[in-house]
Design a protein around this ligand. Structure first.
Ligand code: ADP
Ligand code: MG
Length: 203
């Protein structure tokens, strides 16, 4: 089998985990040996599974580092799936290339942008998801649906951004970068309805 990196990216609620689960289940049905992982910190819906916001799931090993992936990867595994790949450190870039050059398929799903609309940096690093995207042979950039409501009418346009909310208000540019949450803290927005108070002054 020819190795490759596949990236599934886009904002929250765009269907990244749904698509990852679909591909994992398809490879399994075709008889490939698949191992799926997710970062331990993503404890939103379940610990031992990748779960979509629509409650589709596939079993996955929760790990706290790239080393733990390397330590648990079986030699005969042909397909490796990683959800929330942006939460790993930059060594995931090396791992991705190692997997592809040893004729394995890596399917990595993760956010391209943070809540501020900036490229998502790997853990404690300035290197971003766009580096992984640049190395991928297949990239799918998904969009969600903008849920901004004005005069009782929902925008409904393609959402490319993730809006973080704190007590019903847009979170400011200076708030902490990683805050694990689902619809109580985040929503999907088009660029026009993506608000980051304080961003302009910092740019
Ligand atoms: P991701 O992994 O990209 O966050 P999921 O695959 O977990 O996305 O979930 C996608 C699902 O989220 C959609 O099928 C839909 O049911 C739900 N959803 C909730 N809010 C939205 C939204 N604003 N736009 C699109 N889908 C949404
Ligand atoms: Mg997801």
């Amino acid at each position: 089998m020819q190795g490759r990196i596949e990236v599934i990216t886009g904002p929250m609620f765009s269907g990244k985990s749904t698509e990852l689960i679909k591909r994992v289940e398809k490879y399994k049905a075709e008889g490939y040996k698949v191992q799926a992982y997710k970062p331990l910190m993503d404890n939103r819906y379940a610990v031992n599974s990748i779960v979509s916001h629509n409650n589709e799931k596939t079993r996955a090993l929760p790990v706290s580092s790239v080393d733990e992936i390397l330590a648990t990867l079986a030699l005969d595994t042909e397909v490796v799936a990683l959800d929330e790949v942006q939460f790993f450190d930059e060594r995931v870039l090396v791992l991705a290339n190692q997997l592809a050059s040893s004729n394995k398929i890596l399917i990595a799903a993760g956010l391209n942008l943070d809540f501020k609309g900036d490229p998502f940096c790997f853990l404690n690093s300035k290197r971003t998801m766009y580096e992984l995207i640049s190395q991928a042979g297949k990239v799918d950039v998904l969009s969600a649906v903008c849920d901004y409501v004005e005069n009782d009418v929902k925008c409904g346009k393609h959402a490319t951004k993730t809006q973080r909310m704190v007590n019903g208000e847009p979170a400011p540019y200076d708030s902490q970068l990683v805050l694990v949450g689902a619809s109580e803290a985040y929503c999907a927005r088009c660029s026009k309805h993506h608000f980051v108070p304080g961003k302009h002054e910092k740019a």
